[in-house]
Write a protein that binds this ligand. Structure first.
Ligand code: ZN
Ligand code: ZN
Length: 339
């Protein structure tokens, strides 16, 4: 949910830093000395968020989706089909869109796939109200580069609340406009599809259209079930459950990766940040909770490194490989060294 982008993003890639790999992926090695272990509250906010300016459109949209999800407490708005759409959306849009699409494919290029399928994954990513593909990827690459240092956009070492959601609500000079974060995503902004989504918050239109489609299908299902009254009830139910509740659940899953798995859990690797592995986050965020493993080996498409670290996204990527939709899977370096 960046500010409306009025810049001509077709010029953006001309201002980018040279990509340092053949595929054009902007690899962002960690910089600086290993951080001494510090407690939440000890890290200053990113200096690029000063002077502080609240992004009211982010506050408004995130508040709205949370408030709408509270309507789930009204029994009249509960339908089994609405709940089913929510659960399916959590797995299909949350996992294929965010963890596999935005994260493991677009950010880290942990596997390859046909271009049409990449666009399909990126499009499903936008159904989760987590910003445009280019901005999400830029922020995440910044996170890997400066993890738990002041340049990190969302370290919970500022405070739990800051790492979880607070950082989204404040302007950050490097991530507020496409022209400012283009240097972190030259590979994406070379692509007209991703550039177009940056203009006039095109990605947000995609989110709205997906919500309208879900509500419309709910209305049809309700009508077939019991006429006009049921059409209204089902449409409202699918809006609340199938869109709002699911979106809020996926949002907090992703946000928990930023907050909880830099605070609570165990570590397999002595990375320079304070990332952890957390089974609860791994469960709700489709394997993303093995976050210390991920910081130790960011390109790997598998985040669970030990046999019992179940990573559903990895198994879905393996399935996609089996049906010819994914290839060149990057496996953890630690697996190779054990052979
Ligand atoms: Zn992290
Ligand atoms: Zn990552």
């Amino acid at each position: 949910m960046s500010e409306p982008h009025s810049e001509d993003t077709s010029q953006v890639h001309a201002k980018t830093e040279p990509a340092n790999s053949e595929s054009g992926v902007h690899v962002t090695p960690p910089v600086g000395e290993p951080v001494a272990k510090i407690k939440p509250g000890q890290l200053p906010r990113p200096e690029k968020t000063e002077p502080r300016k609240i992004l009211w459109q982010h506050v408004f949209v995130l508040s709205a989706v949370h408030l709408i999800s509270l309507f789930a407490l009204i029994p009249w708005l509960f339908t089994w089909s609405g709940l089913t759409v929510a659960i399916l959306g959590h797995f299909v849009f949350g996992m294929l869109g965010i963890t596999i699409g935005y994260h493991r494919l677009l950010t880290h290029r942990g596997f390859t796939c046909p271009k049409w399928f990449e666009y399909a994954l990126a499009t499903m990513g936008m159904f989760n109200l987590q910003d445009s593909p280019a901005r999400w990827v830029a922020i995440h690459r910044l996170h890997h580069r400066f993890s738990d240092q002041q340049g990190d956009t969302h370290s919970p070492l500022v405070s739990f609340l800051w790492g979880h959601v607070g950082w989204i609500l404040y302007r950050h000079k490097d991530t507020v406009r496409t022209i400012r974060y283009a240097k972190y995503v030259p590979d994406l902004l070379r692509d007209p599809y991703y550039r177009r989504l940056e203009r006039n918050n095109g990605w947000f239109t995609v989110f709205l259209v997906h919500a309208i489609v879900i509500v419309a299908i709910g209305a049809v299902v309700g009508y077939l079930n019991g006429g006009v009254n049921e059409a209204i009830r089902y449409a409202a139910s699918w809006a609340v459950w199938g869109v709002a509740v699911r979106t809020v659940f996926v949002l907090h899953g992703t946000w928990s990766v930023n907050s909880l798995t830099h605070m609570f859990g165990y570590r397999n690797y002595e990375t320079r940040d304070q990332s952890t592995n957390n089974w609860l986050v791994a469960l709700i965020a489709h394997g993303e909770g093995w976050h210390n493993n991920h910081h130790a080996d960011p390109r790997s498409a598998a985040h669970g490194h030990r046999w019992w670290e179940f990573d559903m996204s990895w198994w879905v990527i393996r399935f996609l490989e089996g049906i010819g939709l994914a290839g060149n899977l990057v496996r953890p370096k630690s697996w190779a060294s054990k052979k």
